[in-house]
Design a protein around this ligand. Structure first.
Ligand code: PLP
Length: 368
């Protein structure tokens, strides 16, 4: 049997008629950007996250970069971030000319360890980037908020993987002063192309981000130097359709995760994911084991595709060469990068595929 890591076309296959019909409507309307669907999507995102403003952007990487700019980050400022994330988190900091300061993650949830945050704060710290990994909300967001407020530092939330996630009534996208989402094709809500969004309650930040994403324009007049970072009307429409069905999608992801939990529980040598918010979206199902590479090889030999998020820490990335950066003790992140393994997860994965994957894992651990 072959179990792919992800099926990029699952949503299209299940909603082909609706998608083709909206495509037809937009293609024949002649309005391809900044139209009705983009406006509706921005309103919907703000509503979903109980925020005042949302701006769509060409990607989450751009949203993060614009958010840091809107928070006033300048060359030489220190920005705290976790070392365990996709390279885009780091890239957005470097694009501002800021100095990345890496603080370790918690072994339990793989996100920034709030207990280690304050010792990294200096008078030069001008932002904290909180990354919400694998479809979770950061479980220590209140502690991080307290530290940030005490030192007057804004939080930029990298919620690229966490659209639709809630924790006790608070939505991701509202955890940071500015929250950023990704709609790239691997995400739970995905454009057929790339896309992102930044959300805020501040009118000033809203206008800065909006202008940065659209040539610096405000009322058609270029006031600042900006970029060209937008989504098309077709992408906005498809994202809207996916948001309308997000509850069902998350329910299906939750059922897949439940099946993995039930079939893999009790295997000695494997740590299962820690559910650390009231409504995760299970963007990834990440197990950890000291025999990660052997297990991965066995799964590959048996047709099960897995991935490693993330094999190289941000603090070790080539893009840092020649740049100033600071790193604290990163032992938890180092261990995670050696041990994590992401199993296939998507709404259309079958029960048979899940059981097959779990049985391969059980055979590896000699418990079948
Ligand atoms: C944690 C994290 N941050 C940022 C990004 C960048 O998102 P995008 O591809 O939309 O620029 C991603 C997506 O891959 C991500 O997983």
């Amino acid at each position: 049997m072959k179990v792919p890591f992800f099926r990029y076309d699952w949503f299209f296959q299940e909603n082909r008629r609706q998608i083709m019909s909206v495509n037809e409507e937009i293609m024949s309307s002649g309005r391809y950007v900044h139209g009705e669907y983009t406006n509706r999507l921005e309103k919907k995102l703000a509503e979903l996250c109980q925020r005042k403003y949302a701006v769509t952007t060409g990607s989450c990487t751009d949203a993060l970069f614009f958010a840091l700019q809107a928070a006033g980050i300048k060359s030489g400022d220190e920005v705290i971030l976790p070392p365990f994330s996709f390279v885009a988190t780091l890239d957005s900091v470097l694009r501002c000319g800021a100095v990345p300061v890496f603080v370790d993650i918690s072994q339990e949830h793989y996100m920034l360890d709030a207990a280690k945050l304050e010792e990294a704060v200096t008078p030069r710290t001008k932002a904290i980037v909180v990354v919400e990994l694998f479809g979770n909300c950061h479980p220590q967001h209140e502690n991080i908020r307290e530290i940030a407020q005490k030192h007057g530092i804004p939080i930029i939330e990298d919620a690229a993987q966490a659209v639709g996630v809630m924790d006790n009534g608070i939505s991701t996208g509202k955890i940071g002063d500015i929250g950023c989402f990704s709609f790239d094709p691997t995400k739970i809500v995905s454009a057929y192309g790339t896309g992102g969004a930044a959300l805020t309650d501040s009118e000033d930040e809203y206008w800065t981000i909006k202008q940065l994403a659209n040539h610096g324009l405000r009322n058609c007049i270029p006031e600042i130097s900006g970029y060209n970072s937008k989504i098309s009307e077709m992408e906005a429409a498809i994202i809207l359709i996916q948001i309308e069905k997000l509850t069902q999608t998350i329910d299906r992801m939750t059922n897949v995760a439940k099946e993995y939990f039930s079939q893999l529980k009790g295997i000695e040598g494997i740590t299962l994911p820690n559910i650390c918010c009231t409504q995760p979206n299970f963007h990834k199902f990440v197990i950890s084991t000291s025999k990660r590479d052997e297990l991965r090889n066995l799964l590959m030999e048996n047709g099960v595709e897995t991935k490693i998020h993330y094999p190289t820490l941000l603090s070790e990335q080539k893009i840092l060469s020649g740049k100033k950066f600071l790193k604290h003790n990163l032992s938890n992140a180092e261990k995670a990068s050696r041990e994590v393994l992401s199993l296939p997860i998507y709404p259309s994965i079958s029960e048979e595929e899940i059981s097959y994957t779990c049985n391969c894992i059980k055979k590896f651990y000699k418990c079948l």
